[in-house]
Design a protein around this ligand. Structure first.
Ligand code: NAD
Length: 483
């Protein structure tokens, strides 16, 4: 088998020492790799490159399509963009796979039977990064959920479950509140689940699902979720499995993959040879499986399990009960190297065969026939602080004409006109809904422009508008709270 070329970045803080330790183990295990090294993180940010990655480094990433990345330190303050989010989105790494496994009794956990894989959507949701200050008092972040995005991540989760002998895929959303965005994720989950009849599937509302995950994680197997819930709950899952310092992750896309520990650069312990290299090492194991070196991956994983069983720990996971010996980063790596070829005696040995690799190319999301879209109204958002909801209602009704009439005003989503409650707290951010009438007559964009002109003539500060449409006769917007 020929060598696979990969890109490696040593990162910041503890990055260089854990990367050295991990690469040492890979080399001694016989991984067939050619390594291209790139620089990312603090030093690059300090050169004035606000993305944290130099343009020439992209060439290596695109060429190799496989990136083993150490954590970096993100500079404090505005103006810097998260490098992780940039790399994930630029390279289309839509699936973030985070196995969270307990290693009891060798690593302390309240959940000795936990073996959960979180599959987190990686590109959209609130991480689209579209934020605006709209008024004195209100900031906005747009939550974008797309059908192709949902189809890719949900299908990936089912394919992963099938390829890895998993039994169940669970979906977490908050679709009782976000009926359109999270509702789409749930709907796509139900649709795609039909293609995998051999796998159980279930949906939980994310709040009670998170409580259940923290309490009895052993009832879950693979869990797929939108970006933000997945970000938060994969950290929770990694921590309750044993330690966040031990969890690895794979970011998978159609054109490449990035492998990294889920922890950060831990600057306080950098350069002291005390960091745990496990998170990065298990990420590298996922990488080896991904590039078809399953035998080397299993050899390393089993040697690492043997080290745990021997009671050899770095300081972060050592306890009086489980630790025979607390060692440094380098010595921990040496202990793994010394056990290459050995199998664990108590913990379940790992085997990776060619069918257990992370799926890479999936059935592409099919773009559907465009729906029949009818424009029937508009929500106009205002910055206004000069009176009560009823006074605003009177003002905004003055902008009515025969094509569009004011039907409702909300403040932070709650209906305050007509017939609002005096107790409702109002900010300076109002949404005024104009509809074309009870028969939902179709209107034109020019009707909206004319409405905005009348609102401008009334000397009101509109911030933005959102068109209200029906798609194939189905309402494409949410009702106001209390409407
Ligand atoms: P962190 O994960 O670096 O550290 C949290 C705690 O865990 C600290 O007490 C640290 O000492 C400990 N810890 C983390 N990894 C460890 C390991 N391998 N061995 C032993 N102990 C370990 O999180 P933080 O302190 O919030 O962030 C530090 C920096 O890392 C920040 O600049 C942050 O932006 C960055 N960060 C980077 C990534 C990444 O590059 N993927 C991810 C998260 C945070």
């Amino acid at each position: 088998m020929s060598n696979t070329t990969i890109t490696v970045a040593y990162g910041d803080g503890i990055g260089p020492e854990i990367m050295k330790a991990a690469l040492n183990i890979l080399q001694e295990a016989g991984a067939k790799l050619d390594i291209e090294t790139i620089e990312i993180g603090q030093e690059v940010y300090e050169r004035g490159i606000t993305s944290g990655i130099a343009p020439e480094s992209w060439e290596s990433l695109r060429r190799t399509g496989v990136f083993l990345k150490a954590p970096i330190t993100t500079p404090q303050g505005g103006g810097y963009k998260s490098l992780n989010v940039t790399i994930r989105k630029s390279l289309g790494l839509y699936a973030n796979v985070r196995p969270c496994v307990a290693y009891a009794p060798f690593v302390r956990t309240r959940h000795p039977n936990m073996d959960v894989v979180i599959v987190r959507e990686n590109e959209e949701d609130l991480y689209a990064g579209i934020e605006h200050r709209q008024t004195d008092e209100v900031m906005q972040c747009l939550k974008l959920i797309t059908r192709p995005g949902c189809e890719k991540i949900v299908r990936y989760a089912f394919e992963y479950a099938r390829a890895n002998g998993r039994k169940k895929v669970t979906c977490f959303t908050k679709d009782n509140i976000m009926k359109l965005t999270d509702g789409l994720f749930h709907k796509v989950f139900d649709e795609i689940a039909l293609d995998y009849p051999e796998l159980q599937n279930e949906h939980w509302i994310v709040d009670i699902g998170a409580a259940k995950l923290a309490d009895t994680p052993e009832v879950f197997d693979v869990i797929v979720m939108p970006n933000l819930y997945g970000d938060i709950l994969s950290d929770v899952a990694a921590q309750i499995a044993g330690s966040i310092g031990m969890a690895g992750s794979a970011n998978i896309g159609e054109h490449g993959a990035m492998f990294e520990a889920i922890h950060g650069s831990a600057p306080a312990i950098a350069g002291q040879n005390i960091a745990n290299p496990t998170g990065l090492l298990l990420s590298a194991v996922m990488m080896l499986v991904h590039i078809g070196q399953e035998d080397i991956a299993a050899k390393i994983h089993n040697a690492w399990l043997s080290v745990l069983e021997k009671g050899i720990h770095t300081a972060d996971t050592a306890t009086v009960q489980n630790s025979g010996e607390t060692v440094g980063t380098k010595e921990f790596a040496d202990a793994v190297i010394a056990r290459l070829g050995r199998m664990p005696q108590i913990l379940k040995p790992v085997s990776y065969d060619t069918t257990s690799k992370t799926p890479f190319t999936l059935k592409p999301a099919i773009r559907r026939v465009a729906a029949r879209k009818e424009l029937i109204g508009v929500d106009v958002f205002l910055h206004w602080r000069d009176g009560s909801p009823d006074e605003l209602g009177l003002l905004m009704e003055a902008a009515n004409n025969e094509r569009l009439q004011l039907s409702m005003i909300t403040n932070r989503g709650i209906k305050v006109w007509p017939n609002g409650m005096p107790e409702t707290f109002c900010t300076d951010h109002w949404r005024c809904r104009y509809l074309s009438g009870s028969d939902q007559m179709a209107i034109l964009h020019s009707d909206i422009i004319a409405l905005l002109q009348r609102i401008t003539d009334l000397k009101l500060d509109f911030i933005k508008c959102e068109n209200l449409c029906n798609f194939d006769g189905e309402t494409g917007y949410a009702l106001g709270q209390g409407q």
